[in-house]
Design a protein around this ligand. Structure first.
Ligand code: GDP
Length: 190
């Protein structure tokens, strides 16, 4: 499978009609700086798709992209957004939680973790909530180019062991690792 078109539709901060138009949704989540913008750009072969999500104002929204006229990619704010104040952080976390758990949608969830750092406490907290709510979860071990070549398989297997029951895909935007595998995983018919 190949991504042939990717178009910014809108940003949202609450319920909107297109959430319920039966086009399958894929939600991308992860800590700030996990490389989510770079991943969205490399996955959709676009230089600046997710720049839209990074422009001031839009970092506090869920940004929706229509992919191949068949799926929505939902770019959620990074959790632990460093530049946000306490009150803003609370609002962002509420938006994320509302969309994932209360919006009556059933997105497939792509969670980005850093291959070198591994899952953080925040990552595992969100993961357990997602598991409890029965979401389909794909783990992306991002920045896989930073893993030492001599340890690569061993390192990936150790990461996989920390996510039993979930697909884990090594990925690198800089070295173009995992693009085809992740595309197939996200666009396949269930
Ligand atoms: P976001 O905050 O999650 O949207 O992350 P960005 O896409 O802005 O990336 C955060 C930082 O990680 C930047 O310095 C990127 O250059 C770096 N980065 C992103 N993807 C990769 C990758 O695949 N490999 C490496 N080595 N660095 C990456």
């Amino acid at each position: 499978m190949k991504i042939t078109s990717a178009k910014f539709i809108t940003g949202m901060v609450g319920d909107i009609d297109i959430l319920h138009d039966h086009i399958p949704q894929v939600a991308f989540i992860g800590r700030s700086n996990a490389g989510k913008s770079s991943l969205l750009n490399s996955l959709t072969n676009s230089k600046n798709l997710a720049i839209t999500s990074k422009t001031p104002g839009r970092t506090r929204e869920i940004n929706i992209f229509l992919i191949n006229q068949s799926h929505y990619f939902m770019d959620l704010p990074g959790y632990g957004y460093a530049k946000a104040s306490g009150a803003e952080l609370k609002k962002l976390n509420e938006l994320i939680a509302w969309y994932l758990f209360e919006s009556n949608t059933d997105p497939k969830v792509v969670m980005l973790i850093d291959s070198i750092v591994g899952p953080t406490k925040d990552d595992l907290g969100v993961l357990h909530e997602l598991e409890r709510s029965g979401k389909e979860i794909v783990i992306v071990a991002n920045k896989a180019d930073k893993i030492k070549k001599s340890h690569y398989l061993n390192h990936i297997n150790k990461l996989k062991a920390q996510f039993p029951g979930h697909t884990l895909i090594p990925y690198s935007s800089t070295k173009k690792i995992g693009i085809q595998e992740l595309t197939d995983e996200l666009l396949k018919e269930d």
